[in-house]
Structure formats: structure tokens, C-alpha cells
Design a protein around this ligand. Structure first.
Ligand code: OGA
Ligand code: MN
Length: 306
């Protein structure tokens, strides 16, 4: 009798290799530009929840194959018309210093100015009522030097934070806004968008798969419900500084066709600078929408020990 294969237990050729003592792993042995098997995606999903950031080299994506792979994680966010997608709404955000013809943009171009904000520690879409699950960035043109993306683990930072202070933080709710006060005149957002994009999220989030807690703040976090403004800004700054200490940071040096997937629920990230007058950089990003209930986990009994 011939054996019947169970697709859920099919072997996977995937290897997961940590790239940092606390988070981040490299995934090898899989081509993500073609449909992945259930077993392969399961291995990726488990590694994503465990390591927060996954690096996959040599993935020669087109936009449609990147979108197809991203959809394995869930429905994608649609970016509104915006400098980050060159005012073409859709599932791809283009982070680049090039114009549509591939020429270097002048440093004072509004889109370039807007993308400078990526150089502040942030987590994607925390200014949306339902924040993102993950983003993935595909390196389509990479500079020979500089232009790394840095990642900071809010989970490793929370684990290392003084336990005595944790109870006072457990139920705090932060207010996130799309723009920082000094960016209020950013033409990328109109008044209606700015008002709509004022939302709240718990300062401590819990990964629903493994119960691990993490800090959740970043550049969009502006205030804390029920806390005087100055005290809240000081606390948010302190937590951001704590999370972004070198021991919790991995800096990704880009190679052509790298794909980096990060968990927006628990890591902060930022672009680092490079010589934008000389080198070209073009990254295509997809972002997977989060689940509303994720944001309420801080208010529910803890499913597992953190
Ligand atoms: C992003 C982002 C950083 C970078 O795409 O969300 O923050 O290094 N990018 O381009
Ligand atoms: Mn970002």
C-alpha cells in the first residue's frame, strides 16, 4: 500500500540560525518567491514568534510575489496615497531616494524629508487603531555602505527591566499619533487624517502565541492616559532609551535581495543614514495587518509565564 502523506507533517528543508544572542534569526533552505508549503510556513511562523526578526537572503521578489508571500501572515494593510508609496495607494510602500526614473532625489525633496522620519525608532502603523502584525522589506537596490536597518527588541528589554517597576507599568495605555508635534505641518497628512490617527495601545503587550511580554512605544507614542503630559513623555523617552540600548539592538547590513520580516508588535526599528547624494537605495515594503484583540491582551489574565 502506498503511504498517504499528511501535508502538515511534511518535512521542511528550512534551517533557522540565530544572528543575535537575544532575538533575530536567519532562515535558509526556502524560496519564498514561489508558493510555500504549509510545513515551511509553519516553521517560518514559529520562528517569527520566537525570534521577532527574520532575515532571508537571496529572495528575488517582484511586487506580486512579495505580496503573495506576505499574505500567508494575514490580510495586508493598504497604504494611503503618501510619499512612502510615491502617492500610489496599494500594498507596496517604496522606501527610496530615487525618483520614478531611478534618478537620485534632491535632499530637500518632500518625500525625502518625510522618509527621514524612518530614522527615528518606531513601529509601523502604531498610529492606526489596529496596529500592524509585521512588515517585510525587500532589498531591491542597496547602497554599498550605510543604510542599515536597526531593530530593537522590546521583548528582551522588558525581560531585563527592573521587576520592581513592572506592576506600575502593566496597565498603562499609551496614546499614539501619526505625527510628532514638530511635524504638525507635514503636508503628507491633512487635518482630518491627523485627528483620525490618534489612537491608544497598551504600553505592555503580550505575544498571543508564547505569552511573552514586551514594551510597545516608539516615535508615535506621545502620551499616556491619565498621566500628566511631562511625566508621560519622560517615561516614554526612558522606555525607548532602555529598549534601544546596544545590547538589545541588531543592525541589518543589506545585501541585494534580502528579505527582512519583523514583528511590529514587539520590535522597534529605524533606518540608518547613508550617502544619499551618491548611493541608490530602494526597498519595497509590505505590511500585514494586526488583530484588534492583540491590543487588549495587556488587560487579560496572563496565558503563560512571561
Ligand atoms: C519601513 C522602515 C527602514 C529602512 O519601511 O517601515 O522603517 O531601513 N524602513 O528603510
Ligand atoms: Mn518603518
Amino acid at each position: 500500500m502506498s503511504a498517504v502523506l499528511n501535508p502538515q507533517s511534511a518535512a521542511t528543508g528550512i534551517t533557522i540560525k540565530p544572528l543575535h544572542p537575544l532575538f533575530v534569526a536567519e532562515v535558509t533552505g526556502v524560496d519564498l518567491t514561489v508558493p510555500v508549503t504549509r510545513a515551511d510556513f509553519r516553521a517560518i511562523w514559529e520562528a517569527f514568534n520566537q525570534y521577532e526578526v527574520l532575515v532571508v537572503r537571496d529572495q528575488n521578489f517582484e511586487d506580486d510575489t512579495q505580496i503573495a508571500f506576505s499574505r500567508n501572515f494575514g490580510p495586508l494593510e493598504t497604504m494611503e496615497a503618501h510619499p512612502a508609496n510615491n502617492f500610489k495607494p496599494g500594498h507596496i510602500a517604496v522606501m527610496t531616494n530615487l525618483d520614478g526614473q531611478g534618478n537620485l532625489l534632491p535632499l530637500d525633496d518632500p518625500g525625502m524629508q518625510h522618509r527621514l522620519r524612518n530614522e527615528h525608532w518606531h513601529t509601523d502603523s502604531s498610529f492606526k487603531p489596529v496596529a500592524a502584525l509585521c512588515s517585510m522589506l525587500s532589498g531591491r537596490i542597496v547602497p554599498p555602505v550605510g543604510g542599515n536597518t536597526d531593530f530593537a527588541s522590546g521583548r528582551a528589554a522588558y525581560a531585563a527591566f527592573p521587576d520592581a517597576r513592572k506592576p506600575a507599568l502593566e496597565d498603562l495605555i499609551a496614546v499614539h499619533r501619526v505625527a510628532k508635534p514638530e511635524d504638525e505641518d507635514d503636508p503628507a497628512y491633512n487635518e482630518e487624517q491627523k485627528k483620525r490617527l490618534t489612537v491608544t495601545h497598551p504600553l505592555i503587550r503580550i505575544n498571543p502565541v508564547n505569552g511573552r511580554r514586551n514594551f510597545y512605544a516608539g516615535a508615535h507614542a506621545q502620551a499616556i492616559n491619565g498621566m500628566p503630559h511631562e511625566a508621560a513623555r519622560t517615561l516614554i523617552a526612558e522606555i525607548t532609551e532602555f529598549c534601544t540600548q546596544p545590547r538589545f539592538v541588531y543592525s541589518h547590513p543589506w545585501r541585494l535581495h534580502d528579505l527582512v520580516i519583523w514583528d511590529n508588535r514587539s520590535v522597534l526599528h529605524r533606518a540608518t543614514t547613508f550617502d544619499k547624494t551618491q548611493y541608490r537605495r530602494k526597498m519595497h515594503r509590505t505590511t500585514v495587518a494586526g488583530a484588534a484583540q492583540d491590543s487588549f491582551f495587556a488587560n487579560l489574565p496572563q496565558p503563560h509565564a512571561a
